[in-house]
Each structure stands twice: as C-alpha cells, then as structure tokens.
Write a protein that binds this ligand. Structure first.
Ligand code: ADP
Ligand code: MG
Length: 256
C-alpha cells in the first residue's frame, strides 16, 4: 500500500545526512562544470544554492538524481545511492527545461508525480487522484486542475510542479529556481508551504537567484562556482568576501 503520511521524527534515518557529496566532478564536454565538490547537507533546513550563471547549480542538483553523468566522486541520499532512495526525493525542474506543449492538464502533471511511488505496473486510481487534487488545492490551483499545462501562467506552472513534489511526500525537495519569474503572492505561497515542511523535518534544497532574499528565506547556503566556495549556516558563511569569491568572472578550476 502506498503511504501518504509524513514521518516528522525521521527516527529510522538517524544522523545520516540527507545528501552527502564526495569528491564530485562533472565534465560534460572538455571543461568541468563541477570540480571536486565535498558537501554534506543537513536535515530540516532551507538550503540555498547560489552562484553565477553556468556555476553548475542545476548540474549539482541533477547529480543527486543521477540524471547527469558523474565524472568522479559519489553522491548519497541518506547514506545510500539514489536508486535505492528515489521515493525520498522530489525534484522541481527549472521552468525553461520543461516542454509546456505536452497535452496534459495540471491534475495529470501532479498525479504523474506519484507513478514512481506506485511502480509502473500500478495504475492511477481514485486515491492518487484525491492526493493530486489536495496538493493542487494546497498551492491554490484547485480551479485549474483541467487546464492544459501550457495554458497556465509561469507562476501557475511553477505551483503545479510544487504540487507535484508535495504529492510525492518526499524527505528531500530539490528545486531549481522555483521562485524565478513568479509574482509576490506565488512566492509567498510557495515559501510558506516549504517552511511548514521544513518544520516537519523535511530538507529543502533550492537554487536561488535573488541574493537579496537569501538571509530572509534560508538557514543554510551553498556558494558555488564550479568549485565549492563555501557552505554552512547563512550567518556564518554568507559574507561579502565569499560573495566576491563566488561571483568572480570565472573561477579557475583548482588543479590538485
Ligand atoms: P547553472 O545552473 O549554475 O547556471 P548549469 O549546471 O546549468 O549551471 O551548467 C554548468 C555548465 O555546464 C555550463 O557551462 C553549461 O553550459 C554546461 N552544461 C550544462 N548542461 C549541459 C549539457 N547537458 N551538456 C553540455 N554542457 C552542459
Ligand atoms: Mg541552472
């Protein structure tokens, strides 16, 4: 049976970090997009990934789910490979990377998020439909469930993908710029949903563009520019010095 309950105490997961990355490098063609990253992300935090365009932020998130080839290193999700932990992770892709023309309505997009949990042989049913509807309601889109996904505004599309992630009821939310191009109301809706999840012990990892709001929205930061520049609690590492290092023209890859 599929459970749709949260596990606030995460008793079975102990102190193993939700995400641990060791010596990770990714090279798509000739130049590395990520170089020798070592990173442990803590549980129950709102974590921002910041860095300039091309810094490898999207790549970093994708390596967690094994959707880009890793050149060297290792990524674990609660101490195991992602393939053993896929139901613990939900992903909200960057908006530009989604084909909005596919003939699917908002409710279907949310419900499809549940297929991974059901297994491919199980069919969507009245229960999955109900969960999908509830999640659309949480993001304020109950009136748009049969709207074709391409005919929603940018902010509404983002909310559909947030609803889809909610339906999966994961421990870890990986979100690639979910606040990009959304209006203030949508931004606040998404943030208050995420803050509630964080208080339940979920971990939210978000690529975030707006440096002005990092200290307001997040507890933890990953400052990235192909190399890992700094990571830790906002008040400790989100400093001018680290920002300067992160946003330098182009980080030279430090060869060992
Ligand atoms: P960010 O999200 O920080 O803007 P990305 O992770 O998207 O950065 O990209 C990092 C670098 O890797 C960029 O130079 C980008 O052009 C390159 N890159 C990303 N995806 C691919 C891909 N599928 N094939 C080849 N190069 C890629
Ligand atoms: Mg990106």
């Amino acid at each position: 049976m599929m459970e749709h309950k949260s596990n606030p105490n995460n008793l079975t997961e102990g102190k193993i970090p939700p995400i641990e990355i060791k010596n990770l490098s990714v090279t798509y063609r000739t130049e590395p997009a990520l170089w020798n990253i070592d990173l442990k992300l803590p549980e129950g935090k709102m974590i921002a990934i910041v860095g300039p365009n091309g810094a490898g932020k999207s790549t970093l998130i994708k390596t967690v789910m094994g959707i880009v080839p890793i050149t060297a290193g290792k990524v674990s999700v609660y101490g195991k490979s992602y393939s053993k932990q896929r139901t613990k992770v939900a992903y909200v892709p960057q908006r530009g990377s989604v084909d909005w023309d596919f003939p699917t309505d908002a409710l279907d997009v949310v419900e499809m998020g549940l297929y991974g949990k059901l297994g491919w042989l199980r069919r969507p049913n009245s229960k999955t439909r109900k969960i999908a509807k509830e999640c659309l309601e949480k993001v304020g889109l109950e009136d748009y469930s049969d709207r074709q996904i391409g005919q929603l505004s940018g902010g509404q599309q983002q909310r559909v993908f947030v609803a889809r992630a909610l339906a999966q009821d994961p421990q870890i939310y990986l979100m690639d710029e979910p606040l990009n191009g959304v209006d203030v109301i949508t931004e606040n809706t998404i943030l208050s949903i995420l803050e509630k999840l964080r208080k339940e012990g979920k971990t939210i990892v978000m690529v975030h563009h707006d440096l002005q709001t990092v200290d307001k929205y997040f507890n933890w930061v990953v400052m990235l520019n192909r190399n890992l520049i700094a990571t830790g609690p906002i008040e400790k590492v989100f400093t001018k010095e680290n920002l300067d290092k992160t946003y330098q023209e182009k980080q030279r890859v430090s060869l060992r």
